[in-house]
Design a protein around this ligand. Structure first.
Ligand SMILES: Nc1ncnc2c1ncn2[C@@H]1O[C@H](COP(=O)(O)OP(=O)(O)OP(=O)(O)O)[C@@H](O)[C@H]1O
Ligand SMILES: [Mg+2]
Length: 265
């Protein structure tokens, strides 16, 4: 078993790459990324549209196969896990995506959507399934009695996104990948959800990869910031440091677009 570089490390990638297309159509969406996620920390992955953030997230989730490199989770190489081993991995690593509508079955009620998470749970904990659903919905600010019987089209975009977050949290993952998960939320609900993620980090020690194009949200929530540009991580470090002393010109240009930065605590 390979030793971890750092006892606090939950996940790392080594030279991770994903290329789409060939020849002149080739796109190096992820181009040699060494990312380190430490236990119980929120790392923000920041970069403009098309920089490769979602592709990197999908590689970490084993929803796509990398062209090169590896993903190591908890000291174990998970680069090629599939089948039952991949389902086990998904108990520990959950995600909420940019477009929550795509993640829903069109005619399925919220209760049935949340029940699919229960199937990934160990059977001994399934008993309390309904309680787990209600608690997870309450945590994201939704009323269980009102929400469980609804179908996706009967919910707002922000409500759908919160249902998907509730579904992810029911599994008590060690790592949550939130890919623009707060982008559809209005300002007050967004702050509620950002604070919820901060609480999950502080109380459960959950590790979060918070993917966003918004440096303001990244700074509000994150312990560390990794800046992605054209498939590469061009800068990473403690959030305060990246914001106060940006080293890369691309980070400086992102900062120039943010009027005022606030922290959650
Ligand atoms: N399945 C695919 N086939 C071909 N090209 C793709 C595919 N997925 C992503 N790309 C390309 O890879 C690059 C990175 O895309 P990606 O979705 O990872 O960016 P992103 O940083 O998440 O952007 P956004 O902020 O808009 O969500 C883009 O040039 C995109 O067009
Ligand atoms: Mg994206």
């Amino acid at each position: 078993m390979p030793a971890e570089h750092d006892g606090n490390e939950l996940l790392r990638t080594e030279g991770l790459a994903k290329t789409f297309g060939r020849g002149k159509d080739e796109v190096r969406a992820v181009d040699g990324v060494d990312l380190h996620l430490r236990r119980g920390e929120v790392t923000a992955l920041v970069g403009q549209s098309g920089s490769g953030k979602s592709t990197l997230g999908r590689l970490l989730l084993r929803l796509a196969d990398p062209t090169a490199g590896r993903v190591v989770f908890g000291g174990r190489d998970v680069t090629a896990v599939r089948g039952a081993a991949r389902r086990d991995y998904w108990r520990e690593v959950q995600a909420v995506f940019q477009d929550p509508f795509a993640a829903f079955h069109q005619y399925r009620r919220v209760e049935a959507t949340l029940a699919t998470a229960l199937q990934l749970m160990p059977s001994e904990t399934r008993e309390s399934g309904r309680e787990a659903m209600a608690a997870a919905l309450a945590a994201v600010g939704l009323d269980a009695a009102e929400t469980l019987a609804k179908r996706p089209h009967e919910l707002s975009g922000g409500q759908r996104q919160r249902v998907m977050l509730a579904r992810a949290l029911m599994l008590r993952p060690r790592l949550l990948i939130a890919d623009e998960a707060t982008s559809l939320l209005d300002a007050s609900v967004r702050v509620t959800v950002l604070n919820l993620l901060a609480d999950l980090r502080d109380e459960r020690g959950m590790t979060v990869l918070f993917v966003t194009h918004d440096l303001g949200q990244a700074y509000y929530l994150a312990d560390r910031i990794a800046v992605m540009h054209r498939g590469r991580i061009v800068e990473s470090g403690p959030a305060e440091q990246v914001v106060a002393e940006p080293e890369h010109p691309y980070t400086r240009s992102l900062l120039a677009d943010v009027p005022k930065l606030h922290r959650s605590s």
